[in-house]
Design a protein around this ligand. Structure first.
Ligand code: ADP
Ligand code: UVW
Ligand code: MG
Length: 398
């Protein structure tokens, strides 16, 4: 069975085509700068050289058609007809309170997604465009929505409510939802398998630290708290997002700097975090390099970044009254040994002991980086949101 996984951003389409008999990747790629005359397609087939194409791609419909043309190309392609694709799994960022699991996309689901646009103005509109385009190009395939928010629907009310007038929750569903759920679920399952214990008996703290970053407390296999909120802006300091700040900063800045609401929104989402504090970049590699070259703002940005992760882990040990596994995943979590080391350094009071040599090793596999005496298993678990979406999709097709 062949399953295509689609992750549509505002100006991009990420895709992976799986053969689900062996869970192998047949092709993967990325369409960037959609909406311009010089969009870029990067198409990769395992064992072959990456193909990079520049084209005029003015919308997601055209982008999706280009992707399918590439997949079916006599030379670059891996399938001979669109009908070979049994199902398409779509990453949908915000499912609101409507979805606690993956669903086959029908008209009712599309309406629910439209209802949730207000809750995720940056993410849901491109997700919907991607669904429309894929349904048009692949009318015979089953289309499935897999939600970032679904895994967190098990959070208790005292964890997901904000202390603002209740009428705002009743009227607009203003509450915390949490994101990266597909990843937190996948890596928690992997971690439990790795330590050889049932997920149902474990207290796991999952740190998904990428460009967007969130930490989840997973107790008995269920999300009981997570650091992102109504939108992916709350919580940790990220590449370009500020994470938690005093909400009073917003009206203050609007008044003092004469900014509009949308300008402040953009300031908090695109010009803050590592980028805002360091003034160098939102990319951890570049900020680290600047710090090593003596840039004190870069030093400060990384100190703040690590401190916030550490505090959140401490909070979730309290939320679950314990911790068995601490795991790191995503771009920074999987690759930045310095960040892992500095986070764990400050957590010895919980019996966390890192093995520095193991922490420096590189691998694409799940691995332990704690010492045998450590009371907590500290793991690096590579995430694979696309495979998880393909697996969820396969379940529904059956
Ligand atoms: N070797 C590395 N060392 C430090 N940071 C890294 C390394 N490789 C990737 N990263 C960081 O990972 C982040 C991207 O993570 P990723 O999970 O791909 O994010 P997203 O899916 O949100 O785009 C970037 O900030 C990048 O700097
Ligand atoms: C929800 C979210 O923050 O996603 P990403 O990490 O892909 O930006
Ligand atoms: Mg990501």
């Amino acid at each position: 069975m062949k399953i295509l996984v689609i992750n549509c951003g505002s100006s991009s389409i990420k895709y992976q085509l799986f053969d689900m008999t062996e869970e192998t990747v047949l092709a993967s790629g990325l369409v960037e700068k959609i909406g311009t005359e010089s969009a870029i397609i990067k198409h990769k087939v395992p064992g072959r050289e990456e193909k990079i194409i520049t084209a005029e791609i003015l919308d997601h419909r055209v982008g999706m058609k280009k992707v399918l043309d590439l997949l079916m190309d006599p030379e670059e392609g891996v399938i001979s007809s669109a009908d070979e694709v049994t199902a398409v799994g779509h990453r949908v960022v915000h499912g609101g309170e409507d979805f606690s699991g993956s669903v086959i996309i029908d008209e009712a689901v599309r309406q629910a997604l439209r209802r949730n646009i207000d809750l995720a103005p940056l993410h849901n509109p491109p997700n919907l465009l991607g669904i429309d385009a894929a349904q048009e190009q692949l009318p015979h395939a089953v289309h499935v929505g897999v939600f970032d928010t679904a895994f967190h629907q098990t959070m208790p009310d005292y964890a997901y409510m904000y202390a603002i007038p209740n009428v705002l929750y009743r009227k607009y569903k203003i509450r915390r939802y949490g994101f990266h759920g597909t990843s937190h679920k996948y890596v928690s399952e992997k971690a439990a398998k790795f330590v050889g214990k049932p997920l149902e008996d474990l207290k796991i703290i999952s740190c998904h630290i990428g460009n967007g970053a969130s930490i989840t407390a997973v107790q008995n296999g269920k999300s009981v708290d997570t650091s992102m909120g109504m939108t992916p802006l709350e919580g940790l300091m990220m590449g370009t997002r500020c994470g938690d700040i005093d909400p009073a900063v917003v009206p203050f800045v609007i008044t003092k700097e004469d900014l509009t609401l949308s300008e402040v929104n953009s300031m908090m989402n695109r010009h803050s975090g590592l980028l805002g504090v360091s003034g160098v970049s939102g990319d951890m590699r570049e900020v680290t390099e600047a710090m090593e070259n003596g840039n004190d703002q870069a030093r400060l940005a990384i100190d703040m970044y690590v401190y916030k992760i550490k505090k959140t882990i401490g909070a979730y040990v309290a939320a679950m009254n314990g911790i068995d596994i601490l795991l790191f995943t995503a771009g920074v979590g999987e690759n930045a040994s310095m960040i892992r080391e500095r986070v764990c350094e400050g957590l010895t009071c919980f019996g966390i002991k890192l093995n520095r040599a193991l922490n420096e090793e590189r691998s694409k596999e799940v691995r332990r980086i704690s010492t045998p005496e450590s009371k907590v298993d500290v793991l690096v678990v590579p995430t694979n949101e696309e495979l998880m979406i393909a697996k969820e999709t396969k379940k529904l097709v059956k």
